[in-house]
Design a protein around this ligand. Structure first.
Ligand SMILES: Cc1cc2nc3c(=O)[nH]c(=O)nc-3n(C[C@H](O)[C@H](O)[C@H](O)COP(=O)(O)O)c2cc1C
Length: 194
């Protein structure tokens, strides 16, 4: 079965550089024989997460289906005040156990590399027992695009992210699923058995 990668874009701008870079990363994941889906939070608008409401509207259902479908995710955000966009944080708030045993890659469009924004996404994922690729890809509007097209240098970074996510993410996912399906209790997967 093909490895499944979900890309989550979280800029509400038209032609956002973070979402453009994400699409390119997903194309590279396809070249690694992964199945891919793009969840663009500009198109699929989620209500502000409210833990006291059941929130069964179609948008919420679609997003939950996408996350449950995925073996690995790429989170892409613009840098807002050194942090992730509100749309990305709101998306993350909907999930917890669904992220366990899945590997995450990170992209941030920023004028300053976006390291703090990517660290904050990484922290949220860690809280949910997700795994993270050790590096992220930062995207700069001024350095990484010429005439609206992504430069070859950025393509190389996105290709590396996609390749590593598919290869390392598959190893982690397969082991997590194996651990779910045994009686062995001395593993973090044991707490996710139903
Ligand atoms: C509300 C707001 C806050 C921002 N804060 C930062 C920031 O702290 N650091 C930074 O480098 N860029 C900041 N920016 C600029 C965006 O991160 C930058 O334009 C980015 O390329 C936008 O990505 P997008 O094209 O994917 O929307 C901010 C932009 C907005 C609208």
């Amino acid at each position: 079965m093909a490895f499944k990668v979900l890309g989550v874009g979280s800029s509400l701008r038209n032609a956002a550089s973070s979402t453009t870079a994400l699409s390119v990363a997903l194309d590279f994941a396809k070249k690694q024989d992964a199945e891919v889906r793009l969840l663009d939070l500009k198109q699929t608008k989620l209500p502000l997460y409210d833990p006291t409401e059941s929130q069964s509207i179609p948008e919420v259902k679609k997003v939950k289906d996408d996350v449950n479908w995925a073996d690995a995710l790429i989170l892409s955000t613009p840098d807002y005040h050194g942090s992730m966009s509100g749309a990305m944080k709101n998306f993350l708030d909907y999930f917890w156990a669904e992220f366990a045993g899945k590997t995450f890659g990170y992209i941030c469009a920023s004028h300053e590399k976006g390291l703090t924004a990517m660290d904050q996404m990484r922290t949220a994922v860690r809280q949910c027992y997700g795994w993270s690729i050790p590096y992220g890809v930062s995207v700069s509007d001024s350095d990484d695009f010429t005439n609206g097209r992504i430069t070859q240098k950025l393509e190389l970074r996105l290709g590396m992210l996609a390749r590593d996510l598919v290869v390392y993410g598959d190893l982690i996912r397969q082991q997590f699923v194996r651990d779910l399906n045994t009686d062995y209790i001395d593993t973090f997967a044991s707490r996710y058995r139903k």
